[in-house]
Write a protein that binds this ligand. Sequence first.
Ligand code: ATP
Length: 310
Amino acid sequence: MSRTPLPLPQPPPKAPEFGRDTLIACESLVRIYQTGSVEVQALQGLDLAVESGEMVAVVGASGSGKSTLLSILAGVDAPTAGRARVDRWNLLAMSRADRVHYRRHTVGFVRQQTASNLVPYLTAQQMIDLPMTAARTPARTRRARAAELLETLGIAGCADRRPAQLSGGQQMRVAIAVALANQPRVLLADEPTGELDTATSAEVFTTLREVNRQLGVTVVIVTHDPAVSGQVERTVAIRDGRTSSEVLRRTATGADGDTEVIAEEYAVMDRAGRVQIPRDYREALALTRRVRLALEADHVTIRPDLGERS
Ligand SMILES: Nc1ncnc2c1ncn2[C@@H]1O[C@H](COP(=O)(O)OP(=O)(O)OP(=O)(O)O)[C@@H](O)[C@H]1O
């Protein structure tokens, strides 16, 4: 008996190696906190890929797992299961010495509370110097790097000031300079504008964008402020410890020559092919436990299971 071949497109010869082309690659990432008999699943199979040179915002409601993700990427916290790679580092298999090296050279971290990033009795220049001294950078290089960072971040005039003599925006810029002192490939910022007014927040975002563009540093910003999304090319939304959607922004030139920003929302598919269908879509079509899937020429349809047999 001859069979008609299925009209399926040819699959690629081999699935790409995990995280091969990305600087940050998280797959099915799980973090469970155990407090006594209570177990909290802060991350429940999160997927995230960030290319080198990108500036990405991670948004989500309070408790959705944003800070947990950032702590893991910062090498401060370790995942319970899944995969996480940043640059050449496997975050699930780092020795203590690896972790020190990773935190010193691969990632820079700006914390939520501005003050917690700074040392009250040191000047801006001395604070930028600290991580380089820890990394045994020669004095001449340290001086040159501190001067370059102070200049790039627009705070050259603040070199000899202590935190109390700086405005909120200047304090945050010093914190960013400290995080960049050892030339990390990735800058992680946890709610960098949480304590700032609107104008100062905009100033800090401009600084982060300049750092991203001028120094080529990959930037990941965690925030629960949806307004931030308009400032970056890609926003990743986390819900209940999983990546639920991504919004990509690009500029396009219309027929009239005007440029406009186009934002498109995407669902995120993991390597096993799982996609989360938004609740309002499910409710609108009464999609419940079982749905009908069909492969069309250039798309896949999902239909409610109406119970009839075909
Ligand atoms: N050290 C911890 N021990 C126990 N539970 C924790 C711990 N850290 C976080 N959690 C829990 O994990 C979940 C995710 O927390 P996380 O701080 O990552 O969320 P978030 O999205 O950053 O929230 P927020 O915007 O309020 O900072 C929450 O339910 C939180 O209570």
